[in-house]
Each structure stands twice: as C-alpha cells, then as structure tokens.
Design a protein around this ligand. Structure first.
Ligand code: PMP
Length: 474
C-alpha cells in the first residue's frame, strides 16, 4: 500500500458536501481536524463521507425527530404543535421511587416523571446527554472536543450495530482481533465481509501482525493491480478496525497505552476508523484507568462505545457512542429511523443515579464492582491452577469477566462442550464462536466468572478438568 492511495481517496471526497444543508437540519457538516496534529504528517480526514455506505448517504433527517429535538431545548413559552406526542397527563403513573443505596434514591413525579415517560430526542434525554458529556470529559476527553458528538443508545450493542450498518457494504474487508467478540461478528457476518483477523497476544492485537495483514491486503488487491492487462477496479478498501481494548471478550486482555499508540499510528497510515468497543472499561483490575483510543484521537477516526450494562444494570439497556460529530450525526439519522430513541425511563434512571452519586459515588460503586469481580477472577484462577495445570493454558484476565482457555491435546472444543460438557453438567462456551472462520477447529473455550457463586467455582473447574481428561483420551 502506498500512502498516496489513502491521500487520494480522502482528497477526492473532500469537496463533496450534502445538498440538504440548512442551519437546523443538516445531514452532515464537514469538520476540520488539523492536519498538523497528526504524528506522522499524513493528511487527516476532513470529510467522513468516504466511510459511509450508499444507504447511509441517502438517508435524510426525520423532520419530526429534528423538531422534537428543537422543542426539547426550546425555552419556556414555545408552542409545539408539530409532534404526534401522546398527552402525558393521560399516562397512568403518578410517581416513581427507586432506592439506589442507603443514601441515594430517585424520586420522580410531576414534570420530571412526565418527561421520563415521554418521547425524547434521538440523541438522548437532554439531562442524561449533558451528564454523559461530563463523564467523557472527565475520563477520556478527545483532543478535538468541539468536533465531538455523543449519542445515547440501547446498550452499546445498538450503537455498534448502527455504526456498522451505516458503514459496511457487502464484501468489505474488516480488521478484527482474533479472537473477536462473537456478537460483533454476528452483526458483521451477514455482510459477507473478508475478515482481516489480527492475532492477539497477552497485550491484545499485535501491531506487527496488523501491519502485515494490511500490507498483504493492499499488496494483493491494490487498486492498481493489473489483471490480464486491465486495471482491477473492484478494490475494496478496509475502512474499519474493530477492537475491544479493556477486558476483551473473550480473551480478558487490556491493550497497554504504547500498543494503542502504535495501533493508532497504523490506522492513520491506512486511513481506518477505529471502533473502540469498551463496555468493560470501568471494570479493570489495574492500578490506573487505561488510556483510550478516543483520548488519543487527533484525526477524528475513533468512535467509542460505552455501556452501563456492567456498571449499573444490563436490563436498563443504556449505552452511548462518542466520536466525530459527523459520524455521530449519521448514526443519529439511522437511529431516528430505526428506534426513535433509547427508553426515556431508563435514561432518567441512569441520570438520576449518576447525578445523585456525583463523581465520588460513581467511583466508590465501581471500586466495589471491581473488587467483586477481581475476587471471583482470583478464585477461578486458583481453581484453574489447581485442576487445569497441564490440561490448559491461559493468561490472567486484566479486566472484564472472562477466562480464555486453550485446551491441550484437543483440536476442537465444540463437541466436547456442546455434547459431553452439557451431559456432565458443565456448560462453557466453545471458542469457535469468537473466530472469524467458524469452520476451522478451535482448541479454546471461554469461561465466565461473573455470576457463578463463589462456592461453585472450584467444582465447575474440576468438572471441566475431568471432561478435558476424557476428551484427551478419545
Ligand atoms: N461489546 C462487548 C465486547 C460485549 O461483551 C457486550 C456485552 N456482551 C456488548 C458490547 C454489548 O453490551 P450492551 O449490553 O451495552 O449492549
């Protein structure tokens, strides 16, 4: 690959602007990220249109959703006759109380409750949106704050699937870690992508392997490659690098800062967007919070996905995406058309919890969540040490909920887990689920230490040891 290919594609799209720009309802503004700020001098993307698929470029704002947004932030006295809002006075609820902890409760009635039960803007309930911007600013502020957008979503899965839906074309190459979060693969699989799978070591995706996978792709598929004397013009440029950097599901790795920087540099060279899927960010067992791709994003090429599933509650279904305003705007248009918005009541509960706790309360809560999972992890590691030594290999999970085991002497764990494991009353997850190519044998399994009661951990692992021993004899 020559970097001129990347520059050309970026430049050629720079002049494209939306035909429907008005002050309130623009499809997308062209943002500027200073080219001088990129470490290796490559031209940073000024427009994001070359990342979006045809469907997404055709999508227009929903007028009714845009006006709902206007109304939500309009001053008192605004008369709104545009929307099909049900009259909240007819909702049969009068108050709602939720005790969070000894000192914190959420009590809703009157106007606050009506807002919690009413339609809200697609970007999110304004009170939560504001609170989340503060959280991002405090924990992982991106360098170009003014160009950063944030949207509240139905868990992070909704944000991730929406973002992939607006970017991917059938057959696109996608850079993923090997192994990869199985439900990310479930979103991507129907696009029949070519997976450029980059193996992980104990620090996650390996930069050398990433570079060579990309070099190979551009080398064998270069847009200038001649086939029978003709220039091949069906070249598909990788647009996305998907990564799950903290407590990766399933491997439990955390990518250290230096490696993140290296990966970021490579994405600059190859003009890739980074989809930073980080639902276990607050659930690490390290001394310090990890750095994030978002906070090092001088170019505007990172979209970060956060979630309250592992922090407050998975059933509330609240997450959010943060990234370049233009891309968040494209995601907003998709969500305007698909879900309208994330459940207002859930957003109000998350907001009430965060606000009432304050920074200190949130920190204390996360400390206790982390301590809980760390204890479970340590118990599982101790049991593995005792029963699985010689039968399996693993690295210590540095965050998250998973232990990723490579089983010795077993080529493929699928039938071992799905048939004989279930018969013996030990249900784990076969590693193939996390592989780009599920037709290949895979010697891994994923165990979770999050919900298993402490006194069952050792029993579970010793049952697994018996299963492996029998399997090795087959
Ligand atoms: N990404 C990863 C890596 C996950 O493990 C999960 C949850 N299994 C999600 C995203 C989705 O989480 P949420 O509940 O926020 O949709």
């Amino acid at each position: 690959m020559s970097s001129s290919i990347v520059r050309k594609s970026t430049q050629s799209l720079k002049s494209e602007t939306s035909s429907k720009n008005t002050s309130i309802i623009s499809v997308m503004d062209t943002q500027s990220y200073g080219s001088s700020t990129t470490p290796d001098g490559t031209t940073s993307p000024k427009s994001f249109r070359h990342f979006l698929n045809e469907r997404s470029l055709k999508r227009q704002p929903s007028l009714i959703r845009e006006l709902t947004k206007q109304f939500a932030t309009a001053g008192p006295g605004t008369i709104f006759v545009a929307g099909g809002l049900p009259n909240p006075d007819l909702f049969p609820y009068t108050s709602l109380s939720l005790q969070v902890d000894e000192n914190t409760s959420i009590n809703l009635s009157g106007q606050e409750l009506r807002a919690a039960l009413q339609y809200q803007p697609t970007m999110g309930h304004p009170v939560l949106h504001e609170e989340l911007l503060k959280l991002v600013k405090q924990h992982f502020p991106p360098p170009h704050w003014d160009n950063t957008g944030l949207i509240v979503t139905v868990g992070s899965q909704n944000a991730l699937s929406g973002m992939l839906e607006i970017i991917l074309e059938n057959g696109d190459p996608i850079v993923i870690p090997g192994p990869c979060y199985s439900s990310a693969l479930s979103i991507m699989d129907p696009y029949s992508p070519t997976y450029l799978s980059v193996p992980e070591d104990s620090d996650g995706m390996q930069p050398d392997a990433l570079r060579s996978v990309l070099q190979k792709w551009y080398g064998t598929n270069s847009p200038t490659t001649q086939v029978n004397g003709k220039v091949k013009n069906d070249f598909k440029r990788p647009k996305i690098l998907y990564v799950n950097p903290t407590g990766a599901n399933p491997s439990g790795i955390v990518i250290p800062t230096e490696r993140k920087k290296e990966i970021y540099r490579i994405t600059q060279e190859y003009d890739l967007l980074i989809l930073e899927d980080d639902p276990y960010y607050f659930l690490h067992f390290l001394q310090q919070n990890p750095t994030t791709f978002l906070s090092m994003d001088v170019d505007g090429r990172v979209i970060r996905f956060d979630s309250f599933s592992k922090v407050l509650s998975s059933g509330l279904r609240v997450g959010f995406a943060t990234g370049p305003k233009d891309l968040i705007r494209s995601l907003e248009l998709y969500l305007q058309a698909s879900i309208l918005h994330t459940a207002s009541l859930s957003q109000v509960v998350v907001n009430g919890t965060l606000r009432n706790w304050g920074t200190d309360g949130f920190r204390k809560h996360m400390e206790s969540v982390k301590a809980f999972y760390k204890k479970r992890r340590d118990l599982m590691l101790a049991a593995a040490e005792k029963h699985l030594t010689g039968l399996a290999e693993w690295t210590t999970p540095k965050a998250g909920m998973f232990l990723w085991l490579k089983i010795r002497g077993v080529d493929d764990t699928f039938n071992m887990v799905m048939e004989r494991g279930i018969q013996r009353k030990i249900i784990a997850l076969p590693g193939r689920e996390f592989m780009a190519d599920k037709s290949k044998p895979c010697p891994y399994i994923r165990l979770s230490y999050s919900v298993l009661p402490e006194d069952q951990i050792e029993q579970g692992i010793s049952r697994l040891a018996e299963l492996i021993r029998d399997e090795q004899k087959r």
